[in-house]
Write a protein that binds this ligand. Structure first.
Ligand code: PDD
Length: 285
């Protein structure tokens, strides 16, 4: 079955899905995106993802390509046409097509909208979670507004590649004070020796992960103590557990950081319980 993409008002086979070379996403990475988990053919936390999309668009002064409720309809249609049971739906909005000029294009330039969906292997994701993953740390060399889910991901791409070449799944960015901000495509968490769950506070220097937001509710419901604050790399090395979160990876136990085993070197009990309970707290539509 060939995959179907939605491109500016049309559903087209992926091999024919194209955008103009003067699209500002292509020219300047002048656009934003969202990735939403699909489970049992339904969208996970659509409302929150669309809320964050609206925020990213507003911060960059890009017009909404259509009403948010209509976007949800198109996302669902793309999921259905691609027969995704478990996987992701990807949505990208750019400032549109215009002759190349750094400044914004003329008022009325229509934003471009692309939506794709693809299936992922649930069994292999569960294997990865059962084994736990390795992360490495890298300097955070991104701009100051990473709370905007922009498609400008060059530092993230480079960090992820360094991780892959080191045999790790993720790179954790570390700020100039030696504190972990987040991963190249996920939020970063530790569990301290005395059982407190710690993750960086929200602000301009991390992406406010939707998985992170929902997990705060899971943590509270499980009676755990949450501290939203920066933690150092040293604290992470000494942690009892570590894990990362993102829409497609949910809660993924981290068992090694920079080659050092975390806790007993196996997925922790808290991370495992949070992963197990996550979807009871997420919205499914
Ligand atoms: N990444 N931090 C960064 C830098 C991210 O790119 C992501 C998501 C997250 C987690 O956000 P959420 O829980 O809403 O997925 C945190 C997506 C999945 C991606 O780029 O593919």
């Amino acid at each position: 079955m060939s995959r179907i993409a939605y491109v500016n008002g049309r559903y087209v086979p992926l091999c024919q899905a194209v955008v103009n070379i003067e699209d500002r996403g292509y020219q300047f990475s002048d656009g934003v995106y969202e990735v939403c988990e699909v489970r049992e053919g339904r969208l996970i936390d659509e409302r929150r993802h669309l809320g964050r999309l609206a925020y990213s668009l507003k911060e960059l002064r890009i017009a909404e390509p259509m009403a948010m409720s209509a976007l949800g309809v198109v996302m669902r249609e793309v999921v259905a046409r691609n027969r995704v049971n478990w996987g992701i739906v990807y949505l990208q909005v750019t400032r549109g097509v215009a002759r190349r000029d750094h400044a914004f294009p003329p008022a009325g330039t229509r934003p471009s909208l692309v939506i794709t969906a693809r299936s992922l292997e649930l069994a292999s994701a569960e294997h990865i979670a059962a084994d736990g993953v390795a992360v490495i740390t890298v300097p955070d060399n991104r701009w100051e507004r990473v709370d905007i889910k922009s498609v400008s991901l060059l530092p993230n791409v480079l960090a992820k590649q360094v991780a892959r070449e080191a045999g790790a799944r993720e790179a954790w960015f570390v700020d100039k004070q030696g504190r972990v901000t987040e991963g190249s495509s996920s939020n970063a968490w530790i569990v301290t020796r005395d059982g407190k769950v710690v993750t960086h506070q929200v602000g301009h220097d991390i992406l406010r992960g939707i998985t992170r937001t929902v997990l705060v509710d899971v943590i509270t419901a499980q009676g755990l103590t949450l501290e939203e604050r920066a933690f150092t790399v040293e604290e992470a090395y000494a942690a009892r557990e570590a894990f990362l979160t993102s829409a497609s990876q949910i809660v993924l136990p981290v068992v090694r950081i920079d080659g050092r085993p975390i806790g007993n070197g196996a997925p922790g009990l808290i991370a495992t319980a949070l992963r197990r309970d996550f979807h009871r707290f997420a919205e499914m539509t």
